[in-house]
Design a protein around this ligand. Structure first.
Ligand code: ZN
Length: 339
């Protein structure tokens, strides 16, 4: 009886050593540990057989049991250490391993469009200006000659904070801040994020990007504005694109225009994108209103200037033929990978 148990213990040690010789991988070491030393393994089972050992042999068998278990523990521990050393050496030195592939990301289409606009205007002598996204009512509305009862001031259209400040609804307050702090001549473009309480649909989002331009100097005319916009259209959408100005009204410019590009899709012949008109509405512009100049301490008899705005999302959608503005904000990599 006792001899049988002793044989089993010796056999267990021999088995572990033999199996480690065949496979000393991390997985196999763990498998052996569970099979021999684990809660439902061989050793707990054998310890139950100790009860049947005659009294006079108990001490010797007990010693044999403990030393066998220790021998197996040590064999597994040594194998584990040897494997770790081998693995480290392989990782450090094996130049035949395949290289690790890096997934390099790229710019978002909105960022691509902003960079392209900024670079185009830079070549025409404009520099980039920035301002806060959290604005005060003065810079966002009052200084821009927005009437007190203008609907854009409404809480239904603008996000207000409890202290009366707001999330800017346009990048125009940057123009005011620049005119307040710098002497003309001024030639800036202000790219940035704006916020309006729109219900998101295919062409509207609650946050969007604009880039606005401002040029203040002596004897600036509408012809200068038109040539800058024409040049921009050529550089960003190609030599064949022409522009068209239509009379409009904005509180901060006088006269004000809306400007269109000849249709980028059909070249002006008429298609469903331009609704057969041959033109695509781009944004608003105009000569800076004398009231706005007075608000920043400039004499409208001496200084004149123009301002224009562009919607970045709109440009990106035209450029990349994206049908729904929401794709730009869903961060679906399958969509973004295309640009
Ligand atoms: Zn068209």
């Amino acid at each position: 009886m006792s001899c049988e148990l002793l044989e089993k213990l010796q056999q267990a040690v021999a088995d572990v050593e033999a199996q480690l010789k065949v496979d000393a991988s991390k997985d196999n070491i763990e498998k052996l540990r569970i099979a021999f030393l684990g809660r439902n393994g061989l050793f707990p089972a054998l310890s139950k057989e100790m009860g049947g050992v005659p009294k006079e042999l108990k001490k010797d068998v007990g010693i044999a049991f403990n030393s066998s278990r220790k021998a197996i523990e040590e064999a597994l521990e040594n194998a584990k250490n040897a494997f770790a050393v081998k693995e480290e050496a392989a990782n450090a030195l094996d130049v035949t391993l395949n290289g690790r592939e890096w997934e390099i990301g790229h710019k978002h289409p909105i960022s691509i469009m902003i960079d392209e606009c900024v670079n185009t205007f830079r070549r025409m002598g404009f520099i980039v200006a920035e301002g806060p996204e959290v604005e005060d009512v003065y810079h966002n509305f009052d200084a821009l000659n927005t009437p007190k009862d203008h609907p854009s001031r409404d809480e239904g259209d603008t996000f207000y904070f409890a202290d009366g400040r707001l999330l800017r609804t346009q990048t125009s307050p940057v123009q005011i801040r620049v005119m307040e702090s710098q002497e003309p001549p001024i030639r800036i473009v202000a790219p940035g994020r704006c916020f309006r309480r729109d219900t998101p649909d295919a062409t509207h989002g609650m946050n969007f990007h604009q880039i606005e331009g401002l040029y203040i100097d002596k004897n600036v005319s509408l012809a200068d504005l038109k040539s800058v916009l024409q040049q921009f259209a050529h550089e960003v959408f190609g030599e064949k694109v022409s522009i068209r100005l239509r009379p409009h009204f904005f509180p901060f410019t006088e006269p004000s225009v809306e400007y269109d590009f000849s249709c980028i899709m059909c070249g002006g012949k008429g298609c469903n994108v331009c609704k057969n008109s041959g033109y695509i509405e781009i944004a608003g512009a105009g000569m800076v209103d004398p009231n706005v100049l007075r608000n920043v301490g400039l004499d409208p008899e001496i200084w004149s200037g123009f301002a224009f705005g562009l919607g970045i999302e709109r440009l990106a959608m035209l450029r990349y033929r994206i049908g729904d503005i929401r794709y730009l904000y869903e961060n679906d990599v399958r969509f973004l990978e295309q640009f």
